[in-house]
Design a binder for this molecule. Structure first.
Ligand SMILES: Cc1cc2nc3c(=O)[nH]c(=O)nc-3n(C[C@H](O)[C@H](O)[C@H](O)COP(=O)(O)O)c2cc1C
Length: 171
């Protein structure tokens, strides 16, 4: 199988691992910067660590490194359009047009996110065409109301709870 075919197959297979969607933000040279990310996970409880994988070409990565601090904003399902904006390559400052945010413990936190964590960048490791950034959690909070935005097989979805899974399957 050719390399590009194996990559396509890999994306298809790993796409069955449903994830939430976050916007990772940092202070940039001229204001806040950020990008949509789902390659993130909890790493350690003692100490509190999480990791985010950045494409090496992500414009947000050098700002995370220079700021030494970043925020992970976990999105609500209503924020799928915002996810699209932050996944785009429009000029970085335009991503924040009309988006309410605040400086929170040294990182830009989006208002209305379902949950957020502010992290100190601790380590950076190469990972193929990505860079693995490990952050120590400094501050965090969440909102109990609302449902997360879900990414599954290359599409946005919403988590349905409070009903049996069979109810959602076609006959
Ligand atoms: C649902 C979704 C998840 C994504 N996850 C990641 C990710 O974990 N890491 C990454 O580097 N890019 C990820 N991307 C792609 C980036 O958001 C995209 O390359 C973006 O343009 C980067 O912005 P920047 O160059 O301004 O930093 C994801 C895109 C989508 C739609």
């Amino acid at each position: 199988m050719a390399d590009d075919e194996r990559q396509r197959r890999y994306r298809e297979v790993i796409g069955h691992f449903a994830t939430g969607v976050a916007i990772v933000t940092a202070d940039g040279a001229d204001g806040p910067v950020g990008m949509t990310a789902n390659a993130l996970c909890s790493l350690s409880l003692d100490p509190l660590l999480l990791l985010v994988c950045f494409e090496n070409s992500a414009r947000t990565l050098p700002f995370v490194q220079s700021a030494g601090r970043f925020a992970v904003n976990i999105l609500r399902h209503e924020q799928h359009a915002l996810s699209g904006v932050f996944a785009s390559k429009i000029p970085e400052h335009e991503k924040f047009d009309g988006v309410p945010w605040r400086a929170q413990d040294g990182a830009p936190v989006l208002e209305n996110s379902l949950a957020w964590l502010v992290c100190d960048l601790r380590e950076v490791h190469p990972g193929g065409d990505h860079t693995i950034a490990i952050g120590a959690v400094a501050e965090m909070s969440h909102d109990d109301s609302g449902r997360p935005l879900v990414w599954y097989r290359g599409r946005y979805g919403v988590l349905v709870d409070g009903e049996p899974a069979e109810a959602r399957l076609p006959n």
